[in-house]
Design a protein around this ligand. Structure first.
Ligand code: AMP
Ligand code: MG
Length: 495
């Protein structure tokens, strides 16, 4: 039924612990991603909710599954923990999708594992719905991210600050190998395992690096580039991951672990939502610097494989780390050029973007609405007439005070007039500036409704975030910034 081919299970014993899901009492299907299942080649009857609930709660194992918990370590908020591992996640196995890409299918909340420490191995309904919405929104926004395959209510309660309904989430990832996986073996000075892991990751994610003279160094370089691009794209949609620990950073370059993550409403570069991030380590603007810090931790693990001569290895790794800044900067500018409709490059573009962001910060302008209104304005400018003035008024309405914004508009229009293809510029903006992001207050609202037994807000929001660049009148409410009383100030991991 699932065409499993489990490569991770074939790695040496130290990489994982074999573990079976612990059945739940009353599994009820909440959501199933039939389209993704089809893409993965899973032979499932989408109308058989009972069967799906049994499979995606872990109560029934699909034939060929080799359930396991992965071993990993990690820096959590800068502190090294040598043994973390999957404490509430169980990898069922891998399938190769319709595009030829190998994917992990993993249950989250399916029971304790040898890595659970004091945790119960379970997940609460709220965080499961949150991860479902957030990961599907990211995918629809075009940002590399793990995907949601299913959510099942467990019919059991889990003890958090209070008793909450439990659920199991099934996610799909290009792989779950993280920087922390390398740290696990580096902490044990297990160079053989590190070598095996490098080969595995190259084979699975970057086969073009196989022929490189120094594969470990080439891998480090590639991962650094992927992360620089990923974080640039996060910043482009106002995304704050919230827990960029080294165990939450994949080698594939996918966004993973949607714990306390949140999207900016008003633009505030030092914004932090997560209740556990008291120092602001993972603030919006700190994310590229933290990604680089995490890559440095990966580099440390790879040193013995980069060069037998330690000094040479350090020099080579440092060169990669130093290139991160320039790579990020180029990726970031590329993202924001697109948001402003600029397909060509001019010297002043960086300043143009910075000036807008600075006006937005002063005016407490909503990040998403500002760029979307700018898109509408570019379109109205092309059409001319009254529409143009109206669109300009709507854009400026978002700024208090708006003198700076007005001056900026003139500079931008001037710059845009030098673009060779106006319709292409507008199309570029439409693809770069979403109308709908999963706004925090809406996510909280759907979780509250679900806890009260009503899943319809979840399903409606899922539909809304699945086509974020289009204008659908029925989803207008999802575009709006929160009113003062709706504003979410803190987000929680909810583990
Ligand atoms: P995360 O917050 O998902 O990055 O998880 C950090 C670490 O805590 C990982 O090793 C998880 O497996 C573990 N963990 C989180 N929640 C639980 C839980 N409810 N039971 C067992 N382990 C958990
Ligand atoms: Mg994690």
């Amino acid at each position: 039924m699932f065409p499993f081919d489990n490569s991770y299970a074939r790695l040496p014993e130290s990489f994982h612990a074999s573990v079976y899901p612990e059945p739940v009492e009353g599994p009820v299907l909440i959501a199933f991603n039939a389209q993704l299942a089809q893409h993965l080649g899973l032979d499932l009857d989408a109308s058989d909710a009972g069967r799906l609930a049994a499979i995606f709660s872990g109560n029934v194992l699909p034939p060929g599954a080799e359930p396991l918990a992965m071993a990993y370590a990690g820096h959590q908020f800068g502190n090294f923990v040598p043994r973390l591992g999957d404490g509430r996640a169980i990898l069922l196995g891998e399938v190769v999708d319709a595009g030829g890409k190998r994917c992990d299918i993993q249950l989250k909340g399916a029971g304790p594992t040898p890595f659970s420490r004091r945790g119960d191995g379970r997940a609460a309904l709220g965080p499961v719905l949150r991860e479902y919405i957030l990961s599907e929104a990211m995918a629809a926004l075009g940002i590399p991210a793990t995907r949601a395959l299913a959510a099942v209510a467990s019919g059991e309660r889990v003890q958090r600050e209070r008793m909450l309904p439990g659920a199991v989430f099934t996610r799909v990832a290009a792989s779950h190998v993280r920087i922390g996986t390398f740290q696990f073996f580096a902490a044990r000075s297990d160079t053989d395992a590190l070598k095996t892991l490098v080969d595995y990751v190259i084979d699975r994610h970057y086969p073009d690096l196989k022929a490189e003279e120094k594969p470990a160094l080439a891998l480090l370089q590639r991962v650094a580039e992927r992360q620089a691009e990923l974080v640039a794209r996060w910043l482009g949609i106002g995304f704050i991951h919230g827990v960029m620990n080294t165990d939450n950073m994949t080698l594939s370059g996918e966004t993973i672990d949607f714990g306390p993550c949140a999207f900016l409403d008003e633009y505030e570069p030092m914004k932090v939502f997560s209740s556990i991030d008291q120092q602001g380590r993972y603030a919006y603007r700190n994310q590229p610097g933290i990604a680089q810090w995490n890559i440095a931790r990966l580099a440390e693990c790879l040193l013995p494989l980069i060069d037998a001569d330690e000094e040479q290895a350090v020099t080579a790794a440092n060169a990669v780390l130093q290139s991160f800044g320039a790579h990020f900067q180029a990726a970031w500018l590329g993202v924001f050029r697109g948001k402003l409709g600029l397909a060509t490059q001019e010297d002043g573009d960086d300043e143009l973007v910075q000036a807008l962001l600075s006006a937005m910060q002063d005016g407490r302008a909503d990040f998403t609405l500002t760029f979307r209104r700018l898109t509408d304005l570019a379109q109205a400018d092309a059409a001319g007439g009254d529409a143009r003035l109206q669109a300009e008024a709507v854009f400026l309405e978002g700024f208090m005070p708006w003198e700076k914004a007005e001056a900026w508009l003139a500079t931008w229009r001037n710059r845009l007039s030098r673009e060779p293809d106006a319709p292409a510029s507008i199309a570029l903006m439409r693809r770069a500036n979403p109308a709908i992001i999963p706004r925090n207050h809406r996510v909280e609202e759907l979780i509250a409704a679900a806890l009260a037994g009503d899943l319809s807000p979840f399903h409606r929001m899922l539909a809304a975030v699945s086509d974020p660049y289009a204008d659908h009148a029925e989803f207008d409410a999802y575009r709006e910034a929160p009113k003062d009383e709706e504003r979410v100030l803190r987000t929680f991991c909810g583990t």
